[in-house]
Ligand binder design. Structure first.
Ligand SMILES: Nc1ncnc2c1ncn2[C@@H]1O[C@H](COP(=O)(O)OP(=O)(O)O)[C@@H](O)[C@H]1O
Ligand SMILES: CC(=O)N[C@@H](CCC(=O)OP(=O)(O)O)C(=O)O
Length: 294
């Protein structure tokens, strides 16, 4: 029976080689807005992050909050509009985005990790000059006419500079950074950055051993809704082109490709609605989800 003490101890012992492999390495965990919202899952996520830190691994949490921003915008009577998986962000919207992401959601996650006895610190790209952004220059090809057009997404940014000074300092401390995907521009504006893109930039800058994307689906699904366990960069590009990968999965997969190009060792998209998804993926044989490889 799995609840026998020896079985529980065996499970713990199974983690040892994985802990050794990740010791002193950085793992960036992107906690998506769709994976949040359930108290038990939230506590399990926080405990996983706390356990990684205790095991001598360096976790960095980057969080999203798309659905939560959507709900707040709705309350304020502002319509949400997405293009290519990115929220079209005007001046009023960016204020709300910053309030929801760097305010309430960020502090909720910090509180959850601290409740597990650790020292989380809530940040956004503005803190410690960590991330600077520029207005996103997204182009899309219209599938009917094959003509390329530039999207004007307002205050949507792309990270262009990441300074790892603060992150390196925190890695040597007891602190666990929890980062909201909002960053300043050199032009003085505040930019709303897709949390996947932001996590990829952070993971690339610190040369993370692993970048995990916790979302609300088991991974990348094929046309028949079946999980694709491993996906090469060229296969992933084809699935975006033919529309199998759509919506919020597009920036996620594009980020995976860029992160691999920047030297991140492994990138996994997995279901954050599974209890202890992070520990299962990193410290057991039972990793699930889609692994993106070169
Ligand atoms: N091929 C695909 N495989 C899996 N999910 C997909 C695919 N294409 C589109 N999606 C959508 O992408 C969503 C995940 O992205 P997103 O909504 O941005 O999540 P998160 O908030 O976790 O970042 C899934 O819930 C699903 O609706
Ligand atoms: C530009 C852009 O789209 N920004 C996102 C930022 C939050 C996010 O990415 O949250 P999830 O990871 O939960 O989707 C937004 O405004 O919704």
């Amino acid at each position: 029976m799995s609840d026998q003490p020896q079985n529980q101890a065996s499970l713990l012992a199974e983690a040892l080689p994985f802990m050794q492999a990740y010791e002193n390495k950085t793992v960036v965990v992107k906690y998506g807005g769709h994976a949040m919202g359930n108290a038990e899952l939230g506590r399990a996520f926080a405990r996983d992050i706390a356990l990684l830190k205790q095991a001598g691994i360096n976790p960095i949490v980057v969080h999203g909050g798309g659905p939560q921003i959507g709900r707040m915008l709705e309350k304020m009577g502002i319509e949400s509009r997405f293009e290519h998986g990115l929220r079209v962000t005007d001046e009023r919207t960016v204020e709300i985005v910053e309030m929801v992401l760097a305010g309430s959601i960020n502090k909720e996650i910090v509180a959850l990790i601290n409740a597990e006895g650790e020292w989380a610190i809530g940040l956004c790209g503005k803190d410690g000059n960590m991330v600077f952004a520029e207005k996103a220059k997204k182009t899309v090809v219209d599938p009917d006419s094959n003509i390329e057009r530039v999207l004007d997404l307002g205050f949507v940014g792309e990270p262009v500079e990441v300074d790892r000074t603060l992150l390196d300092l925190l890695a040597r401390s007891e602190m666990i950074p929890v980062i909201a995907p909002v960053a300043p521009g050199r032009d003085g504006s505040t930019y709303n950055i897709n949390a996947d893109t932001f996590a990829g930039a952070i993971a690339g800058a610190v040369k993370a051993a692993r970048l995990l994307f916790l979302t609300d689906v088991p991974g990348v699904l094929d046309k028949n809704g079946q999980l694709i366990k491993e996906l090469s960069v060229s296969q992933a590009r084809e699935l975006i082109r033919d529309g199998t990968i759509s919506g919020g999965m597009i920036p996620k997969v594009e980020t995976c490709i860029e992160a691999i190009d920047r030297g991140v060792e492994g990138v996994v998209i997995l279901n954050g609605k599974v209890l202890h998804a992070v520990l299962l993926e990193l410290l057991t044989e039972h990793g699930a989800g889609t692994l993106i490889v070169r």
